[in-house]
Each structure stands twice: as C-alpha cells, then as structure tokens.
Ligand binder design. Structure first.
Ligand code: ADP
Ligand code: ZN
Length: 740
C-alpha cells in the first residue's frame, strides 16, 4: 500500500478504529502485508486467520499477519475483508517460519506464504463431492467390455472415487462411466471427505534392535521427549540400520501426541521405505510430493491442518505444511542435493528443517552414511549432537572396493567396460548372483560429433551438448528439455551420415552388456525408464525376486535400495563428477559413489565394488577404497578452511540473466562496481555462470564470500539497493548455493 501512503492527505480522516484494522499477507510475490478493515466479523480476528479479501478487481485468500496496521492510512483507502475461511488459523510457528525463510533467502514473504498455502484451492469451501462406486447388485447379463472391466477393477475397493481419477486410472473416456451408470454397473457415491490417516499402533514394535542401535535409539527418543529444540546428526555406514533407529524417534513423538515429519530426497522412489514404515507401524503415513493429484494435495493439506495426519512423509515442500504441533523432523539422506530448491524461493530444505524444528520446539534428526561437510562440521563443533552406528546390522560385511586403472587395462576400442570388470561381471552372473553397472548419465551418448569437420551438436537454447537418446531416436538437452531428431547430415559442413556418438550413457552400456551377456536378464534404472512410484516399485520387486540378473543404472540406483542378491557393483566412470570447478565436486562424488557401493552385499554375501578410473590416485578414489569417511571429510575440511569456503565461511550467489547478452553483461558489471567490501568480505566475479546460456538467457554470476560471523543478508540488501536493474534483466539471489 505504498502508493496509498503517498496519496495520503495529512494523517486525517481515520475513523475506522485500529481495533477493526488488520494486516493481511497475500500469497503473491509481495514483501508487504496490506491493511484491511474487519467490519463483518467478531471484532477480534486472530492472526493466522485465513480471509478472503479484495485486491484490485480480484479476490484473494490471504492470512491475517502480525504486522501492526498503519494508523495513518485514511479510511477511504481501506477495503473490507469479504469473508473468513473455515480452516484452522495458521499457527504462530508457521507464520514465524514464513517470515524467517523470507528474510534468510531474501524472498518476499508473500512468495513464501504461497508455499505454506500450497494450493489456494485447499481453502475453498468444500462442496460435497460426488464420484462413482460399484453397484452393489449389478444387473445380470450386463455387457462387460474390457474398458468396463478396467473400471470395475479400479473400483474394486468399494469406496467412491472421482470420475476423473477413475477415467485416468482405467484409461477410459468419461463416456464409458456414463454408459456403465446407465447399465446399472456403477452408481453415484459421495467421496470420502479426505484421506483418513490412522494413528500408527503404539503397541506395535519393530525388530529387536542391536546393542548399538539401542543406544542410538535411546538418544533420539530422549531428544524427542525433552520437547525442546535439538538437532542430532545420525551417521552410520549403509545398512547399519539408521532407518530402524529413527523409527523409534517417530514412535516416541507419536506417544507424545505430536506430529512427525520425515523428509526423503526422492519420495517417488521410496516404495521400499514405505513398505518398511507400514511394517513397523501397521499403517501408511500421509504423503506429500509434487506428483499428487490436486484433489489429494488439497485434502492432505486440510488433514494436516486439522491435526489428523500423525506422520507425514514428503519432499522438501512438506516443511511448509500447517502441522498444529510438530514434535520431530527427520531429514533422511541429508547430504542429498535434491533438498535444495533452485526455482522461485531458493532454499535448502535440510537447513530450513533445522529452523522449523527450532521454531516448533521439536527435535530434528539428520541421517546419512555420508553426511555433508556442513553437518559434519556442526556436529564437530557441538552445535549438533552426534549419534553413530559403527557397523552394518547383523554383522554383514561392508563391500570391498577396488580400483581399475583405465590407463593400464583400457576397454577395447569403442567399448567402455574394461577386461577386469567384464570378467568380474561374468563370474558373478555365473554364480547366479546379481551385478550392477553404474553410470550417472542418461541416454546413449553425451555428445555427438561430426567425423568430417569436428562440429559438435549443441542445444540452441543452452550452453550444453545435445544428448543422444537412441531408443527414442532423438537428441535431447538435459537442461531445457529441447528435443530434436538426429540430423541426416552435419548441420555445419553438410556431410551426410557423418555424425558419431562420443562417450557413453546408460543406453550405450546396455548395448555393450547385451553383446557381452546376451543371456542375462537386464534392467535399466534411469529417471526416463523409471518415471514414477509404480515403475520404481515394480523394478525393486523384480530385482528382489531375482527376475533380473544385471542392473544398469544412473544415480537413482544409489538411493537407499536393499537388493539382497546384489554382490557386484561396477562403476563405469568414477571420475565423471570430478570435472568442472564445483567447490563440492569431490564431496559429491564421494557421497554418490559411496552410496552406490553400499548397494552391494547384504546379509550372507560379501559385496564387491570395482571403480573404473583414469585417476586412481585421486583422494576420492583412495577414500572409497579405504572406506574411511572421517578421514576424507577431514581432508575436505582442511582444503576449505584456509579460504573461508563453506562451511567455514558464508557464500551467496547473484545470478544475473537476460535474453539480451549485453543487458546481462551491463547489469553484472554494475553489480561488480557496487560490490561490498571490507574486512572478511570478498566478491568474486562477475563471470559467466556455470551454464552461461540457459533456456535462451545469458547468465552471469557474482559470488559474495564472507567470514562465518558476518551475516550476508544485510550486505546483499544494501548491494542490490545500489543498482538499478532494467526490466528485461533478472537478478536471482541464492544464499548458500550448492551447485557452483
Ligand atoms: P541404513 O538406513 O543405515 O542404510 P537400514 O535402516 O535401511 O540401514 O537397515 C538396513 C537393513 O537391515 C534393512 O533391510 C533393515 O530392515 C535391516 N535391519 C536394520 N536393523 C535391524 C534390526 N534391528 N533387526 C532386523 N533387521 C534390521
Ligand atoms: Zn537446452
């Protein structure tokens, strides 16, 4: 309401008493809340109430915020609240969390509120919804065509389901449903008001814990029972039983009648995790992730707000749900970069989980076999408690890891699997055990080159090579989604059929494996072959039932799977993540390959891991062979400490982007000239951002690096205030950037 203030005549004309004035924060990219008058309702409408208000010609649902109304705003400028929405008010804890996240990430409060409201339609008044269910007494002799059969199968469970959902699940046109209703096969049914979540059975217990697990579980249980904020880093090798241990913390939280939240990096791949949860607690948790239907999202939001979801398992955005009384947050695989949101409000869910726990007087548990250096350092300095499980559960041995020096034993020309790796896979398959080949690259080949002129096929919108996906006969940009057909001739020199694939992706490894082991039953696990929970569950089951001999996968195979018959993991290109100037390249490569290696060997079978590398002497490769996580992390810390790199200093990035390269360049230069300085403050750049062109926008980057005891937000605010950014240029702030 800044403009309103300017037009103010002189602080006069205020007749609406302050007590009837409210500030409302709207879920729009606005930092400020707006004044409204409350003439319709009981005089006291508490902060947190959801209200429908006019904004221009629109109506918007906002939240009564704690900001003081502006006493000088004349009555004439005040509009009135239209109505109060019938949902539990947003708790003070969540309001403070919204404020905090906005201040930390330099986002507008409205943009953060939008995440906390999730889907504004969650707040719309609920008309009773009608769907369909199976008719209890279908007429005899009604025709059951295959589509009708599919509908009846979808409706097998008896409860009503929405028409759109049925049509989607059964792959039929809506007209089929009408026909079935006319034929008396299905009948209208009120939809269940919302998904009901049972309180997990407190009398149930999990497996008997080992002695070390017992100690760890007791520590976490105690943290929950204190009902005050704490953060615990739960570490332990893959297979040491961290999940069973934090399940005990969940049980302790439920016993207190508070809610528990578990964040998982890839919820769509977590079918095995959900099976274990159901096994432990006898019921399923509520779920929250981007693939939910909008109806389920809406209803789940309500259920959470009404306190009827005792346990919620979700992706990072689940942090912003309206839990009435959150007692525990677990962040599993806390080192995962999937917890960083890069679009819109740029935040790291692991860090914000700690903040949300603090504001909620809740316990926070960060779990990982390969914790981030940030968390390791926080545990070392005593900011976090540390709980460690030293061995695999049940005495299972860790896999032994060995290196294959590609300089000494290279693959044959045009191949990617070296003779020692081929021999090891052959032996494993001959013993009837499972093997896995890991390569963190989708598609057939990461680059296509013209044999005649050397031209490389590039994305028209990005600084990136086009990746060949041979199975789909196309070239694809992995950054913007651009797709084109493979050219008949080189677009540069015109020579026909002159392009050749350079380097391997998983499809090409599959091709080689098919030639080498034609009898083996093969399965590719990549995000394009395993698109969702159903496919992931089916793949995991096929592997567990030994219907697969050889798994070929990208990073999705690294995510906490248990494959009891898998005894050999071969890493095709262990050096892949080390190229490029990313500060965390070594840390990430270590984490990823350690997790991949951890898939091998469970129970009675010792696992073996072979890493193909051109740099076997590299510290990452040596650490993987020795398995010494601590030594590796200490070496990483020693590298970063002197330069005040995170976590020993603070970092923020400004990404300047524009379609017009010179406009981006100019703003970046202006920012460079206005850069803050002084003791413990340093600005690097402007320089081309890691993807110098992305989706047709030219990108420049500046990095602000400070000592740890200096807050970057005020520096960034003062800096940005000094530079006029033209309308066609965007400046994105990224506090604690991860990929650089
Ligand atoms: P982590 O998360 O540390 O990799 P998990 O919690 O996934 O380890 O446990 C690894 C495997 O060991 C799982 O199959 C799990 O069911 C099993 N397990 C862990 N603890 C126990 C226990 N106390 N009793 C029986 N099985 C266990
Ligand atoms: Zn692109």
């Amino acid at each position: 309401m800044k403009s309103a203030k300017l037009e103010r005549t002189d602080g006069t004309g205020c007749h609406v008493p302050l007590s009837a004035r409210l500030r409302v924060l709207l879920p729009l990219p606005l930092a400020d809340s707006y004044d409204y008058k409350n003439v319709i309702n009981k005089p006291a409408l508490p902060p947190g109430s959801f209200v429908l208000v006019p904004l221009g010609r629109r109506q918007v649902i906002g939240v009564v915020w704690d900001d003081a109304p502006d006493p000088d705003l004349p009555d004439a400028r005040l509009r009135s609240i239209e109505s109060v929405i019938d949902v539990p008010p947003m708790t003070a804890t969540l309001r403070r969390f919204v404020d905090w996240v906005a201040a930390y990430t330099l986002s507008t409060r409205g943009a953060v509120l939008r995440m906390a409201m999730s889907t504004p339609s969650a707040l719309e008044p609920r008309a009773p919804q009608v769907g369909w269910r199976r008719a209890p007494h279908p007429p005899e002799g009604a025709r059951i065509t295959p589509p009708r059969r599919r509908v009846l199968d979808v409706l097998a469970e008896g409860e009503g389901r929405a028409g759109g959902e049925i049509a989607g699940a059964a792959a039929v046109a809506p007209a089929i449903l009408r026909g079935m209703a006319d034929a008396g096969l299905i009948e209208p049914a009120l939809l269940p008001r919302h998904p009901a979540f049972a309180l997990p059975d407190p009398a149930r217990s999990g497996p008997a814990l080992g002695p070390e697990q017992d100690v760890a579980a007791a520590a976490l249980r105690a943290a929950v029972q204190r009902r005050e904020f704490s953060t615990t880093l739960l570490t332990g090798v893959t297979g040491s039983g961290k999940t069973e241990v934090y399940f005990e913390a969940v049980a302790a939280c439920l016993a207190q009648g508070r809610q528990a939240l578990v964040l998982l990096p890839e919820i769509a791949l977590s079918t095995q995790w959900l099976d274990r949860f159901r096994g432990r607690f006898g019921t399923a948790p509520a779920l929250w992730h981007s693939e939910l239907t909008s109806r389920t999202r809406r209803e789940t939001w309500r259920v959470v707000a009404e306190g009827e979801a005792p346990v919620l398992v979700g992706a990072r955005s689940a942090l912003f749900l309206p839990y009435p009384d959150l007692g525990l947050i677990v962040v599993d695989e806390e080192h995962e970069t999937a917890f960083k949101q890069e679009e819109g409000v740029v935040y790291h869910a692991r860090d914000m989980a700690v903040v949300r726990a603090r504001l909620s007087n809740a316990a926070c548990v960060l779990a990982s076999a390969t914790p981030s250096l940030e968390s390791t350092n926080n545990a070392a300095t005593g900011r976090y408690a540390g709980v460690h499980l030293p061995a695999r559960h049940g005495g299972a041995a860790l896999p032994d890891v060995a290196l294959i020096d590609l300089r000494r034993t290279p693959p044959e020309r045009g191949r990617f699997l070296s003779p020692p790796l081929v021999a090891a896979v052959t032996e494993t398959l001959a013993r009837g055990e499972q093997a896995m080949l890991f390569l963190n690259r989708r598609g057939y080949a990461p680059m296509t080159l013209c044999r005649t002129c050397g031209h490389r096929l590039r994305c028209p919108n990005c600084t990136a090579w086009l990746v060949e996906h041979r199975a789909q006969r196309r070239l694809q940009c992995h950054h913007c989604g651009h797709v084109e057909a493979p050219p008949e001739a080189c677009p540069e020199c015109g020579t026909a059929h002159s392009t050749v694939p350079i380097g391997p992706g998983v499809e090409r490894v599959l091709e080689e494996a098919t030639a080498l082991w034609p009898e083996a039953r093969r399965l590719v696990m990549a995000s394009d072959t395993i698109p969702g929970p159903a496919a992931a569950g089916a793949a995991a089951q096929a592997i567990q039932r030994r219907e697969v001999d050889l798994i070929i996968g990208t990073q999705i195979v690294a995510k906490g799977w248990h494959f009891p018959h898998l005894t050999l993991v071969g890493v095709v290109d262990a050096d892949l993540g080390l190229a490029g100037g990313d500060l965390r390249a070594a840390e990430r490569t270590f984490q990823l390959l350690h997790q991949v290696a951890g898939r091998a060997g469970r129970e009675e079978h010792r696992g073996h891991v072979l890493l193909q590398s051109f740099a076997p002497e590299h510290a990452v490769m040596q650490a993987l062979v020795s398995g010494d996580v601590d030594a590796f992390m200490e070496a990483e810390a020693d590298d970063r400490r002197p330069g005040h790199w995170p976590p020993f200093g603070r970092l923020a990035a400004l990404i300047v982007s524009a379609e017009d390269e010179r406009a981006a360049e100019r703003t970046a230069r202006d920012l460079g000239l206005a850069a803050p300085g002084g003791e413990g403050v340093e600005v690097l750049g402007p320089a081309p951002a890691p993807l110098a062109i992305l989706r047709g926008r030219h990108r420049r980057r500046l990095l602000l690096k400070t000592r740890r005891d200096i807050a970057v937000q005020p520096l960034l605010e003062a800096w940005l205030a000094k530079v006029v950014v033209p309308g066609n240029v965007r400046v994105q702030v990224d506090v604690d950037p991860v990929g650089f």
